[in-house]
Every structure is written in C-alpha cells, then in structure tokens.
Design a protein around this ligand. Structure first.
Ligand code: NAD
Length: 314
C-alpha cells in the first residue's frame, strides 16, 4: 500500500485510511469478531491509519478499536491513530476543560498512551472564535504533554478551515479532515488545496462514497442529502450495475488518484479487501475513463451540491 506524507507532520499515512465509525455501529451492528477481522485484514493489507471519535456510536468505536488493537497485539509504532474531541452524543463542548478531559477518556478507551492526531470534531457547530481562542490553545497544551502528537480540525463547510487557519499562530494546526467534498459528485476540496499547502497543513479526505450515496445499497436513512442528489447518485449506481461494474470501485479510485490528498478515509468493515483491491488496480490499470465520463454526465445536474451543516457564523 502506497504511503504518503501528511503535511509537515513527518507521518507517512497509507493512501487508504481506516474509518472506524462503522465499528461504533453507525451503519448497522458489527460483532466484535468482525471488527477484529476487519482491523487485522486492514493491517495485513498495509493500512496504517485509523480514524475514530468519541462521538462514533457514543464512544463504542473508540472502545472497539482499542479492543481490536489489543487482540491483534499491534506494535504501537506501526499504526497512526487519530481521534477527536468536542463532539459527543450528549452534544458539543469545545471548552478547554472538556477537551482536556476528553483526551484522557479517549486514551483509556483506546488502550493507548498517546494518539498521533487529535482533532476538533465538526467545528461548524460552535463559535469558530472559541475554536481559535480556547480549543486550539488547549490542544497545544495537550500536545506538550505528549498525549497527542499533532492537532487537526474537521468539518463539512470548507470555509471553516480558512476562518480558523487565518487566525491561529502558524503551525498550530497540523491537519484538516474534510469529508464529502472530494468525490465524483463533489470535488470542491480541490480548490482549497493550494491554500492548505501554503499553510503547511496536511489534507485528509473522508467519505469517498459520500456516506453511502455512491454505493449499491444507497445511503442510510439519516443521510442529509437532498432527494435530488440521492436520486442522481442512485441513477449513477444503477448505470454501473447495468454495465457489470461497481460504483464503489470507481468512486474509491477517483479519490485515491489525487496525490495532494494524503489519505482517503473510508468507513470499513467487510469491504476492506475490496477497497484495497481498488487502489491496487488503480496503480496497475489506471481509472476507467469511459465510465468516469458517463458518471460525471449523470451527476452533472447535482455537481458540487452539498447540504447545510452547523450554525451560521457571523
Ligand atoms: P464512506 O463514504 O466512506 O462509507 C459509507 C458506507 O459505505 C459505510 O457504511 C462503509 O462501511 C460502506 N462501504 C465502504 N466500502 C464499501 C464498499 N466497497 N462497498 C460497499 N459499501 C462500502 O463514509 P463514512 O464511513 O462516513 O466515512 C469514512 C470515515 O471518515 C469515517 O469512519 C470517519 O472515520 C471519517 N469521517 C470523519 C468525519 C468528521 O470528522 N467530521 C466525517 C465523515 C467521515
């Protein structure tokens, strides 16, 4: 599996990263034995980057991921682990006190002494000035203790990144995690990459399957996309099916082909093998350009359509 530099962190992350939200039963119940098998398979296939959050499954994802690492006995220096803070099933709390407590809780659940990356989870739901003035400074202190090596921010609207990065001291945010903005239906993240590079910030892109929109089974009931976007993605999936092809494969390959994106996080369970096969095939055969053109045509009416998230910032 190809490894890519993550911004200026010195971390070399696998091009495909393991999104651990499914381990929190976010997309349906996953027995522990399946989770262990999935993490083991990912490691065997060269995946070294694992992303979780206390929010996923109300701490279940972190706990299960920790149990998987323990059961497999993974050497700590062979994995890069990212978790988050500030978003919980009980609600948002980005206060310095809460995030400082949060990292200790996460480390206990994960069974680790430190995480490689600690990210503010979905910052568009709170005042961004709090993130700049209170949360990031608190995370810097956590970094000094060694409990987190690097700091990141996550969110859906892309303008939250420029707001924060323009206001914090240079080097105080190491990575951003964007989701649903780099895929066949929405590629708006690309426009932000030169800015992020100028700030020395590493780019993680999540949800290449647009949280289920670009799958045969379709999105979960809670998916926030408009009916128009859901219908267009369904048409795209049907088009692939009719041609005997898989929309998930080309959707993954599309995301993996941009090397400015250090790692693509996909929600993994039983599909790990298939997703890794997609990246291997990409390096040997390239992307199916004809199918990609056809899908881009089908998705043209909804290109870059997104959905509201968070509070309006003043
Ligand atoms: P996704 O688009 O990667 O996947 C959606 C669903 O498709 C999941 O149920 C997944 O198990 C399934 N899937 C994966 N590969 C498949 C395949 N080959 N065939 C069929 N189905 C397949 O979306 P996601 O799971 O929401 O995101 C991936 C990860 O990114 C998350 O687990 C999380 O770690 C991270 N993420 C973070 C944020 C944030 O921080 N705000 C937001 C979204 C995602």
């Amino acid at each position: 599996m190809e490894k890519r530099e993550l911004g200026k962190t010195g971390l070399k992350v696998s091009a495909l990263g393991f999104g651990a939200s499914p381990l929190g039963n976010v997309f349906g119940d996953v027995p522990l034995s399946d989770s262990i098998a999935s993490v083991r398979r990912a490691l065997d296939l060269g995946i070294n980057f694992f992303d979780t959050s206390p929010y996923y499954g109300g701490t279940v994802s972190e706990k299960v991921l920790g149990e998987c690492f323990k059961a497999i006995g993974v050497p700590r220096d062979q994995i890069i682990v990212s978790t988050k803070c500030g978003r919980y099933v009980e609600g948002f709390d980005f206060s310095a006190e809460r995030v400082t407590r949060s990292i200790d809780e996460s480390l206990t659940r994960l069974g680790l002494d430190y995480v490689d990356i600690l990210q503010c989870h979905d910052i568009e739901f709170v005042s961004l000035d709090q993130i700049v003035n209170e949360t990031i400074p608190a995370l810097q202190k956590i970094k000094e203790t060694g409990k987190a090596r690097f700091i990141g921010i996550t969110g859906l609207p892309l303008d939250v990144y420029t707001y924060v990065l323009d206001r914090v001291p240079p080097g105080s945010v190491d990575v951003i995690l964007s989701y649903c903005h780099f895929g066949i239906n929405d590629s708006t993240l690309v426009d932000l990459i030169p800015y992020l590079k100028s700030k020395g910030v590493g780019v993680i892109s999540a949800s290449p399957l647009a949280m289920g929109l670009l799958t045969d089974s379709g999105p979960p009931a809670w998916h926030p996309a408009s009916d128009e976007l859901k219908s267009a993605c369904k048409l795209a999936a049907e088009h692939c099916r009719k041609k005997g092809k898989k929309i998930t494969k080309i959707a993954m390959q599309y995301c993996l082909s941009n090397k400015d994106i250090s790692t693509v996080l996909v929600g993994m369970n039983s599909s790990t093998q298939e997703n890794v096969a997609a990246i291997l095939e990409l390096s040997s055969n390239g992307i199916d350009k004809e199918l990609l053109d056809e899908l881009e045509n089908i998705l043209e009416p909804v290109k870059n359509q997104t959905w509201p998230s968070g509070i309006q910032q003043s």
